[in-house]
Ligand binder design. Structure first.
Ligand code: LLP
Length: 427
């Protein structure tokens, strides 16, 4: 998504140097065009093989409504993990079956508000059904199945199925869950799974589809259920490292579709709608994080100190995740190995070690961290008095501020200040 000309880095028509001067750093920058193209490519490819296919955007990955708006304009629904994410979807005028509520370990308030919102509720455990029914009988419901296996290219922490995961129903709870729902008078059903994130191998998607189908078909036959939708969750991966082979989307969608069509036909089941709810695949490679080098420390090793800390961008510290890094104006220079850190008082904020970067890197240089559009700003937090970054959207002719930088006042906004503190504040 970036272009480099004479070592100068740009996004669309904007040089990162200009963006940093106008908006400051650290700064999340997204490309509207890239987000749109990622979505259109996914929808087109899937519909080649499965006509009744629709996409939801898992808004947790990047929850700025301006970003979700781009996807909704192209036809996306929203996958919401919480009531506040349902509210974000409503802010964007979505309703009913365009919102999928896939929370986990939901409280009674969550279930009540989820029910009242009219979203499709996707239950994460059999025990949630009677608690949900206290508030009414939904027209349609789905259960999240943990097929017993999941994977992730970004470590076991992002593997969402199998015995170690907290998500979904064990296969031997699935029959009872749907039977209980039928007995409660629910008439329309879907099924859901989300076994892992950032997968680059089409065979993985074919394997999990087969596993799900094997679990659900005998159950739906026994209960005489015409399943309305199968939602395969997200998980479409992006190549973070140059050595990664990008996902073959065509092969992935072709295989998934063939499995569902052939198994449903063999078992004389009506073909359900097919849904997926990716996030990383739409926004991950459509965002960068722009920061500034403040300090070069030549100590036990040479460490580049930047204003990108673990609170600004958590993935490297949390998962040891790899993100490619560029230094503006110096990409063609000879390289040596450096460590990179932020400004927070934790050694996990020494978030990148032994990275080959231009030898000439120095104070004031701009650092560009790539592929930060997903799980970047959304996972950022305030710590050490280091506040949340700003967000900018690049359109054809504009670099538009879509979230301002946090301020000291934002940091205090929920504090019950005493009169004395207020006095001191205004001194
Ligand atoms: N659907 C559900 C129910 C989910 O929980 C998720 C992500 C998605 C869809 C979208 O998954 P994707 O297409 O992005 O793989 N923080 C981690 C990723 C956690 C994934 C959480 N669930 C990371 O930075 O890699």
């Amino acid at each position: 998504m970036i272009t480099i000309k004479n070592d100068e880095i740009s996004i669309g028509n904007f040089r990162v140097r200009e963006l940093s001067e106008k908006f400051g750093t650290p700064l999340y920058v997204y490309s509207e065009e890239k987000i749109k193209n990622n979505f259109i490519k996914t929808l087109k490819t899937a519909r080649k093989y499965y006509k009744n296919f629709n996409l939801f955007y898992a808004i947790k990955a990047c929850n700025n409504p301006h970003i979700a708006r781009i996807l909704i304009n192209e036809g996306a629904g929203i996958d919401a993990a919480s009531i506040n994410e349902i509210k974000l979807a409503k802010l964007l005028e979505l309703k009913g079956n365009k919102i999928m509520f896939s929370g986990n370990f939901l409280s009674d308030e969550d279930l009540k508000e989820g029910y009242e919102s009219g979203a499709i509720i996707n239950l994460d455990d059999i025990s949630l059904l009677p608690r949900l029914l206290k508030y009414g009988t939904p027209n349609i419901i789905s259960f999240r199945v943990n097929p017993g296996y999941g994977e992730s290219n970004v470590g076991e922490w992002v593997t969402n199925a199998g015995p170690k995961a907290k998500f979904g129903l064990k296969p031997n709870h699935v029959l009872d869950a749907y039977r209980n729902a039928q007995n409660a008078g629910i008439k329309r059903f879907g099924v859901h799974m989300m076994p892992g994130s950032c997968l680059l191998d089409p065979d993985y998607f074919h394997k999990i589809t087969n596993m799900l189908i094997k679990i659900i078909i005998p159950i739906f036959k026994e209960l005489n259920i015409d399943i309305e939708f199968i939602n395969l969750g997200g998980g479409l991966g992006i190549p973070y490292e140059k050595k990664d082979t990008p996902l073959d989307l065509d092969k992935t969608m072709k295989g998934i579709s063939e499995i569902i069509i052939s198994k449903c036909t063999q078992n004389k089941l009506k073909l359900p709608a097919l849904y997926m709810e990716p996030a990383r695949y739409f926004v991950g490679d459509a965002g960068i994080l722009l920061g500034k080098v403040h300090t070069i420390k030549r100590s036990y090793s040479t460490i580049i100190g930047t204003d990108i800390s673990m609170n600004t961008f958590a993935r490297p510290a949390m998962y040891d995740a790899y993100h490619h890094i560029y230094i503006d104006g110096k990409e063609s220079h000879p390289r040596q190995k450096f460590g990179i850190c932020g400004q927070v008082c934790e050694n996990t904020d020494y978030w990148c070690r032994n990275r080959k970067l231009p030898k000439t890197v120095g104070e004031g240089d701009l650092i560009v961290v790539s592929d930060t559009g997903a799980y970047g700003y959304g996972m950022s937090y305030e710590y050490n008095g280091r506040l949340k970054a700003a967000e900018v959207l690049i359109t054809k002719d504009e670099a538009k501020l879509i979230r301002r930088r946090e301020t000291f006042n934002d940091m205090l906004k929920n504090v019950e200040l005493s009169n004395e503190m207020i006095k001191n504040l205004t001194k």
